[in-house]
Design a binder for this molecule. Structure first.
Ligand SMILES: Cc1ncc(COP(=O)(O)O)c(C=O)c1O
Length: 245
């Protein structure tokens, strides 16, 4: 059945004023999201600490995110931002040995790459995989960079700058063949593409709610990080920082 686009457009009041093309940064807000903000504030005003209700909602964010990524709920961590999730991941990695290389693509969001460079005082060696003359990054450029000293390959599903899509299964194959893990930044694809982290074979995935999942800052900003067969523990903790947080 054809969606009723006219009715759907009315759910996003900004569309009556603008042709909104900024979802890759911060999506248009829907009336439903505004109502959810209001319901939350009303609850805080009238109920105070409605602990069980909001903890349950956090768990439903985790379960829905898992469905979206074809993962299990126990693989999802709800964090304050992609950067917070990646910093937690980085803190759990040990760069003191021979396997200290982090391979990042030229298509990474700048703050992601900076998080890996911030690990250099801890022993990390960050290697950038650059583009070819046509602007794309072919698989062979990753093949040259990934070796037995590579601990992590950090790549993006859809590039925030030009929309390019890398050969994810090919990169995962190269990384796993050398014993490296793969982190996939899905922030520009989650909500617009089907993402099956299991069939892609990535070890970690990160994304958020502000773009094509139509959420907003401060509420509905759960992010996700998948871990597979991973025993390391992030340095630093916080409330709800148990196995599932
Ligand atoms: C592709 C991508 N990765 C990471 C980020 C950073 O996310 P956060 O601000 O949640 O750390 C963004 C933000 O725009 C992004 O577009």
């Amino acid at each position: 059945m054809e969606p009723n686009f006219q009715a759907l457009r009315k759910e996003f009041p900004v569309l009556a004023r603008k042709t909104y093309l900024n979802s890759g940064s911060y999506c248009a807000l829907a009336n439903d999201v505004k109502s959810a903000f209001e319901a939350y504030m009303e609850d805080r005003l009238l109920v105070g600490a409605n602990w069980d209700v909001w903890i349950t909602k956090n768990e439903s964010v985790r379960a829905l995110t898992a469905t979206l990524l074809h993962a299990g709920p126990d693989e999802i961590a709800v964090t304050a931002s992609v950067s917070a999730g990646l910093n937690a991941l980085a803190s759990a990695l040990d760069f003191s040995g021979a396997r200290n290389k982090v391979v990042v693509s030229d298509f990474e969001f700048p703050t992601n790459a900076q998080i890996w460079h911030a690990q250099e005082p801890r022993g990390a060696r960050v290697v950038h995989v650059t583009r070819a003359a046509d602007g794309y990054i072919p698989l062979e450029n990753f093949a040259k960079a990934i070796d037995e000293q590579t601990q992590l390959v950090a790549i993006t599903h859809v590039c925030f700058r030009n929309g390019a899509k890398l050969d994810i299964p090919g990169i995962v194959r190269l990384a796993h063949a050398k014993g490296a893990k793969v982190l996939l930044d899905c922030y520009q694809s989650v909500g617009s593409l089907d993402i099956d982290v299991k069939s892609l074979g990535v070890d970690f995935a990160a994304g958020g709610m502000l773009k094509y999942l139509l959420g907003s800052r401060h509420t509905g900003r759960g992010q996700c990080l998948r871990r597979r067969g991973w025993a390391q523990v992030p340095v630093g903790g916080g409330y709800a920082g148990d196995r599932k947080a």
